[in-house]
Design a protein around this ligand. Sequence first.
Ligand SMILES: [Mn+2]
Length: 350
Amino acid sequence: MVDGVGDHVPRRLEIVGAPSTAGAYAPGQEKAPDAYRAAGLIGLLEERGIAVTDRGDVPGFRWRIDREHMRAMNADAVADVARAVADQVAAGLSDGSAMLVLGGDCTVELGTVAGATRGTENVGLVYIDYDTDMNTPLSVEDGALDWMGVAHLLGIPDTVPSLAGIGPRTPMLRPDQVLLFANGSSTGFERRTIDELGIQEVQLPQVKADPAGAARGVVDGWARRFERLLVHVDADVLDFLDFPIAEETRRYRGLRFEQLVAVLRELVMAPNWTTLTICEVNPDHDPDGSSMLRLSEALADVLAGAFAGAGGERWAAAAEDPGAPARPRDPQAARQRGVAHRVRRRPEGS
Ligand SMILES: [Mn+2]
């Protein structure tokens, strides 16, 4: 068996920051890893009984115009950041930890996937994003790689070879290893490519109608075949007027904050879940820090559910303390569902 893969509960959450906007439209999101820490994310996780190791940040990059490569700006920096993320993710997963990767722009996911696929080819990626990130430097003219990430994971024609090739194999993923979730917008090129490749989708209207149910359907169906389940979140999937934190400011579309939280609760409770990567959070949209705090608290609550199998006892103890943070929605149900799936989620001491 490959280290870190298979039949055990993650004991620890390891965090790595990727302070990069190399693939973005503009700077800002490179400040997100520090903003999570300033909001107290590590302490919020520990309060919920999760053992946390902060691996710190990989070397970052602040967006700038790349006039030498107008159709794929800063591609070398995007690849450098992703390779560094891959090293951290591979190391954390081989320790048997789950990983929380704090972007940065959406190209950070290339690093997460490159790292996770070192341990096993059998990786599935749930890609939560308002867009589908299937563009290439030829399909769009703006040169921002952050909506070309999935295309590079799949190594489709006209992607940047030096970026598509950062993983242990190229392409890093087959089309059946990606599921687009809550997507609401695609270019014509993206739509044709998605259809040609037969990529699975749970589109935005279906997710809005029943966020938890849509996610549970993925966990109990498509996701079960994989050894490692990865979850990607682009904060632009949130309606900007409901939760104004993403790099994108589109409004009256996307998910409400609580809908995204409901989705993530279900996905990280999958017995094979291993990594969560959150991208495109721009702290400049949150001058008083209140949104970063709310996001950090929600992440800690969500992840507490994922660790219920390992940390359930500590949870029970915390719940007897009225000053302790709220319990996750239903850790007992989470444990039972884990047991039903696979012995791996068996609570300690039972
Ligand atoms: Mn997006």
